[in-house]
Design a binder for this molecule. Structure first.
Ligand code: SIN
Length: 187
């Protein structure tokens, strides 16, 4: 069962229309930027950590066999590396559709490598959304990711593309790297 967040997100207008805004990507938005942007800069956010705790019924799995994709959980002192995109506000409409399976627009402070910061947006899937799966042992999550597949492709590719993108960024993320290692070891 999924809850489509598209309409909810259209009402979550935190920035003036007609201006550009920063979007922080921490999952597929790092490596699959199929949307127009003015500039792209590596960035991080503080107090959040990436976890494969969100179910995917529409991209990397199906309602019968959901995949697992990235969301963020609050974690004091944590730092999550990702990619910031400066986009037109209009670009959010198709992104709302792409992220409709439980993700909500939220305001966040982005930190850039030069020490500057900016207010921006993330798409966040919290524990109260219908597609949320939450914590499971890494081996169990790896088995689920190794077998799930949906209209956007395999769950395995989502994970391995994210791990490769994080490596390119020089990011630390033991959760993602350990999951990727387990998935590649599975037959
Ligand atoms: C994101 O990448 O920032 C959100 C989650 C996803 O689309 O994978």
């Amino acid at each position: 069962m999924t809850l489509d967040t598209t309409q909810l997100n259209r009402e979550r207008v935190f920035f003036e229309t007609g201006q550009t805004l920063w979007l922080f990507g921490y999952g597929s938005l790092i490596w699959k930027a199929e949307f127009p942007f003015h500039e792209r800069r590596p960035a991080h956010i503080e107090g959040w950590t990436r976890r494969f705790w969100q179910g995917s019924h529409d991209h990397r799995g199906t309602p019968e066999a959901p995949g697992r994709v990235a969301t963020l959980v609050e974690s004091s002192g944590a730092c999550c590396q990702g990619m910031a995109y400066r986009i037109d506000a209009d670009t959010l409409a198709p992104l709302d559709v792409r992220e409709k399976n439980g993700y909500l627009r939220e305001r966040i402070t982005l930190h850039f490598h030069d020490g500057s910061h900016a207010e921006g947006l993330i798409y966040l899937a919290t524990a109260d959304n219908a597609a949320y799966l939450g914590h499971a042992p890494l081996d169990q999550m790896a088995r689920q990711i190794a077998t799930a597949e949906g209209p956007s492709g395999t769950n395995r590719d989502y994970l391995l593309n994210l791990a490769a993108a994080l490596e390119d960024l020089g990011a630390e993320d033991s959760h993602v790297f350990e999951l990727a290692e387990r998935v590649t070891r599975l037959p």
